[in-house]
Structure formats: C-alpha cells, structure tokens
Design a protein around this ligand. Structure first.
Ligand code: NAD
Length: 322
C-alpha cells in the first residue's frame, strides 16, 4: 500500500486530495495547523501541528513516504494577500514551512514531493491587458510578481528545484490558477471571488446589490476542484519535473462571473463596484504545456462547477443562519 503525507490537509485542496488518495487505496497522514471544518474523517491519521515548527515537521515526516503533497501555506483570496497587511506573515510562514519540508524530505528519502505554487508568481507586466494576459510557463522571468505571496511561491519553486538538482529530491510543481468548489472557504476574509460572489448572491435580498471590488473588468479563469485533483494526480504519475500550469483557459471578467452566478441562482441583482484589492488586470491559464506533457485539459465548463459550488454555499448559509 502506498503511503502519502498531505501537508495542509486541513485545507480546501488538501481535503479533496485526501479523499482522492483514499479512493485510490493510499494510506494517508495529514497535517495542518487547523482541522478541516468540512471533515477530516478520511485521512488515516490527522496531526494537528504547525509546520513552521521543525519538531512537528520531524514528527510527521518520519519515514520515506512514497508521496508528500506540500499544500500548506499562509494564504487567502485578494482580501488577504493583496492588502499588504499580511505580507510579513505570508512570506515568513510559507517560506519557513517549505524550508523545513524540503530539508526533512531529503533526510527521510521521500520518493516524490508535490509542491503547490501559484499563478501569482507570474510577472505583473504581462498581466496588464485584461484581454490578453500572458501566463505561459516560460514567461516567469524576469520575475515581477504583484504580491509578496507570489514572490514566496517563486522562491519556494526555486528552493524545490535546487533540492532536486543538488540532493536528487524528486519534485513536481504545479502553478494553480484560482481553484474553487464545494468545501472551500466561503466567508471570513480568506475566501476567493467565486465563493464570495456565490455567498453575496445567495444572501442578497430583493432590491439589494452585489458588491464587486474594482470595476469588475479584471479577467480571471477558474478551475473546478475535481479537475484540479485529476491534474495533480496525473502530474505526480508523470516524469515531468518542471513547473506547470494547472488551470482553466475559460477566461471571464469578474462582472461576467457575477452574472453567471446570478443566473444560476435565478436572482437578478445590480452590481455595485466599490474600492477593494483586485490584483492584476488580467490572468488566464496557458495550458499548452500541460496538454502536451500530460494530455490534460479541463473537461467541463466553468458554469457547471459554479452550479455545484452555489448549491453547497447555499447549504452553508442556510446552516449558519438557522
Ligand atoms: P487553504 O488555505 O484551504 O489550505 C492551506 C492550508 O495550509 C490551510 O488549511 C492552513 O491551515 C494550512 N497551514 C497554513 N499554515 C500552516 C502551518 N504553519 N502549519 C500547518 N498548516 C498550515 O488553501 P487551498 O486553496 O487548499 O490551497 C492549497 C495550496 O495551493 C496552497 O499552498 C496555496 O497557496 C496553493 N494555491 C491555491 C490556489 C487556489 O485557488 N485555491 C491557487 C494557487 C495556489
């Protein structure tokens, strides 16, 4: 039986990944600083611990795991990573986690390690035109991410690649582009736009408007969680050792995203544009490389994933307001 360690297993993607690994017959240990509010039940072991603390890292990474998934990071949506207020914590906490894990993984002779990087590492200067952003893997340099979160991701990509070159650590690196779906953060300040907009639409009464940060003309693409997990598993099973995008190429403006959600909810509301952190003007995944190397592309349209997410958030809102 293969053994996997999921760091950040109490989080959104980690929770879904654990379910997938269990369905494939893995023995799974998860570690996180918090439990997963939507169920930890599936991991064989769940360790509550802080991965910035080397004693915890030594405790959980105590054997030559077949696979380690490093998803733990101090992160959130635009309201968390683009305001500047959390920059020092984001850089310190996430970099420390990655430094600890890379080192320990080599000591314990981990067979393969997955690292979750982010599209936020791409240079801001290629993402100024909302209709024509450039996010191909080879456009990463000269580096100019628009957030400290992005700089840390770039640093940690390089860290794992250096461990690969110098110590033979077998790594796979994905640059995720806006992953969304059920069991993700939907309130509290760390939620991302699809979840935030679903919540706002669900809670908007007759005559109330939906608040959107900025003019809503900024573009993004969003990838449904099941598609993401499939791509992660394919990457881990492949021999491709360089960073690769895992995202969708179905680019929409935030206004269009809101219109789509209102259509799903059958609620027509006006959009009210307010000042807020928005990030780059345009971003879209470029899937040429992953298509070529892993024969992977998202299989379903954005709207389908949004429908599932909307239904799940509506249940959460109903529970919370009971
Ligand atoms: P998440 O916040 O739900 O998961 C991250 C988990 O890391 C959380 O459960 C958090 O408690 C845990 N963590 C933070 N600090 C820790 C610490 N010191 N010790 C132990 N655990 C700690 O986020 P997610 O959406 O599941 O993202 C998973 C990974 O994918 C992250 O590395 C994130 O940066 C990356 N990523 C996600 C997206 C996305 O759209 N969701 C996009 C790009 C990159």
């Amino acid at each position: 039986m293969k053994k996997a360690l999921v760091c950040g297993g109490g989080g959104f993607i980690g929770g879904h990944l654990i379910a997938r690994l269990k369905s494939e017959g893995y023995w799974v240990r998860a570690v996180d600083i918090k439990t997963n509010e939507y169920g930890n039940g599936l991991a064989d072991e769940f360790v509550l611990g802080d991965l910035t603390d080397m004693t915890i890292v030594n405790q959980v990474l105590d054997q030559p795991f077949d696979e380690v998934y490093q998803l733990a990071a101090d992160m959130g949506g635009a309201g968390y990573i683009f305001t500047g207020e959390n920059d020092a914590n984001v850089m310190h906490n996430s970099a420390t986690i990655n430094l600890n894990i890379a080192n320990r993984a080599v000591q314990e002779k981990v067979k393969k390690l997955f690292y979750s990087s982010s599209a936020c590492m791409y240079p801001a200067y290629n993402q100024e035109d909302p209709n024509n952003p450039k996010c191909s893997e080879d456009s990463a340099y000269p580096a100019a991410p628009d957030s400290e979160y992005g700089w840390e991701k770039l640093f940690s990509e390089r860290l794992y690649l250096a461990y690969q070159r110098n110590y033979g650590l077998d790594v796979r690196i994905a640059r995720f582009h806006n992953i969304f779906g059920p069991k993700g953060t939907w309130t509290g300040g760390k939620e991302k736009s699809p979840a935030a907009i679903c919540r706002k639409v669900i809670m908007a009464k007759e005559g109330e408007s939906i608040e959107i940060w900025g003019d809503g003309q900024q573009t993004r693409s969003f990838l449904f969680i099941d598609e993401c997990i499939e791509a992660v598993r394919r990457l881990m099973n492949s021999d491709f050792i360089f960073p690769v995008n895992i995202g969708s190429e179905e680019m929409v403006t935030i206004n269009q995203l809101a219109e789509m959600v209102m259509e799903i909810g059958g609620k027509k509301r006006t959009l009210k544009h307010i000042p807020g952190p928005t990030g780059v003007r345009g971003r879209n995944s470029d899937n040429a490389l992953i298509q070529e190397k892993l024969s992977w592309a998202p299989s379903r349209p954005l709207k389908e994933g949004l429908e599932k997410t909307y239904v799940w958030i509506a249940q959460q809102v109903a529970e919370a307001t009971k």
